[in-house]
Design a protein around this ligand. Structure first.
Ligand code: NAD
Ligand code: DAU
Length: 350
């Protein structure tokens, strides 16, 4: 039986990845290590928590001594590393947590994997999950490929870029078997309502203003989260050691166009008059250093491993809106005091 560590499994993408692996691989023992920060929520995993091949461990990847004990206990064959501070706006107001978790936490994990595997790397893999934001910002034309030079511009993307460099350094220096993927913007059920799509769904639901940064002209490439989890499964099992794979939606939207689309869907779902949600759109001060455009060329993943997006944007948005409207209890649980405090600092006092 293989023993696999998935970090950050109580978060958004992590929980979909856990579900993918727990259901598909009954002969793997999946350990979910998560600190349960504001973004980690075990309710995301209710449907798999009793599975015999799944186990949750609460812990912090910043704590090297704890990681050593964990690796000694479970003797992992593989690591899929998603734990991170993931929100750009939070990295602008408080970068230090991003360095602790994203950089030092990743290095702690690399060290413990290297020390335990002791050069016997047969059947072992350290898979690091990263973002397209490490490549910087594009103007109107062009795409990020795996060869695009790194040019991170926010504290979040700089911390992720640092962690990617450390992962590659351990491959080059110690021959640690690694693979990295860099993905575009994910959306779908269980995403914390600080990110654009769930935040705006929740605000529309509550007739609150929709704070569009700048002119709403920034472009993002959106991928349904289950398609990302399937790509992670494929890369974990068939990706070439030492390689990087870009993952994307081939689905670019200007923020304002996406927001208008979301407003239309919400009007329809809530039985409101057409155009009423769009009246909530409010242009606010731009995000500091706001990257204009991200666009991923994911042809390497498609050509080499046969991956492709399965969920269209129309279908994915519909499913996402339905999920949030049907899961008010989940939303109410995550909208704690900490969230209210964050919302006030980010949108009311800025
Ligand atoms: P998330 O914020 O929803 O979840 C992060 C999880 O990590 C949470 O469960 C949190 O409790 C846990 N965590 C944070 N610090 C920890 C620590 N010190 N020790 C242990 N656990 C800790 O994030 P997400 O959106 O699911 O992103 C997951 C990964 O995917 C991140 O590495 C992120 O950089 C990357 N990524 C995200 C996107 C996206 O659109 N959300 C796109 C590309 C890549
Ligand atoms: O590209 C991958 C990245 O996508 C991931 O690495 C990050 O973890 C993830 O958070 C996401 O980063 P973004 O900054 O692109 O996502 P966010 O949802 O914060 O914002 C999407 C766009 O919407 C961005 O251009 C900023 C804008 N925005 C966002 C918020 C929260 C607004 O206009 N208003 C808002 O209130």
């Amino acid at each position: 039986m293989k023993s696999i560590l998935i970090t950050g499994g109580a978060g958004f993408i992590g929980s979909h990845t856990i579900r993918q692996f727990v259901r598909r691989y009954p002969d793997y023992h999946i350990v979910n290590l998560d600190k349960l920060t504001y973004a980690g929520n075990l309710e995301n995993l209710k449907d798999v928590e009793d599975a015999p091949n799944y186990e949750f461990v609460k812990g912090d990847i910043y704590d090297a001594a704890f990681l050593k004990e964990l690796f000694e206990k479970y003797r992992f064959d593989g690591v899929i590393h998603l734990a991170a501070e993931s929100h750009v706006d939070r990295s602008i107001s408080d970068p230090n947590e991003f360095i602790k978790t994203n950089v030092v936490g990743t290095v702690n994990l690399l060290n413990v994997a290297k020390d335990q595997w002791q050069g016997d790397f047969e059947g072992k893999l350290f898979y690091h999950i990263s973002t397209d934001e490490v490549y910087g910002s594009l103007e109107e034309g062009g795409y990020f490929t795996e060869e695009t030079p790194y040019d991170p511009r926010s504290p979040y993307s700089a911390s992720k870029a640092s962690s990617d460099h450390m992962v590659r350094a351990y491959y080059n220096t110690y021959k640690l078997p690694v693979v990295i993927s860099n993905c575009s913007n994910n959306y779908g059920p269980h995403q914390f309502p600080e990110k654009l799509i769930p935040l705006f769904i929740n605000n529309i639901r509550n007739n609150k203003e929709l704070p569009v940064y700048g002119k709403g002209e920034n472009v993002r490439d959106w991928l349904y989260v289950e398609d990302h989890a399937k790509a992670i499964d494929l890369i974990y099992h068939r990706g070439r050691i030492g390689e990087t794979y870009n993952i994307g939606g081939d689905n670019e939207w200007r923020n304002i166009d996406l927001i208008r689309k979301l407003c239309e869907i919400m009007d329809h779902k809530l039985g409101r008059m057409a155009g009423s949600s769009a009246e909530l759109i409010t242009y606010v001060k731009d995000r500091a250093g706001h990257d204009l455009r991200y666009a991923i060329d994911c042809s390497k993943l498609k050509n080499e491993l046969g991956w492709s997006q399965e969920v269209t944007f129309a279908e994915g948005l519909e499913r996402t809106v339905d999920w949030y409207l049907e899961n008010e209890e989940w939303l109410n649980h995550v909208l704690t005091g900490e969230y209210e405090e964050y919302y006030r600092k980010q949108y009311v006092e800025r």
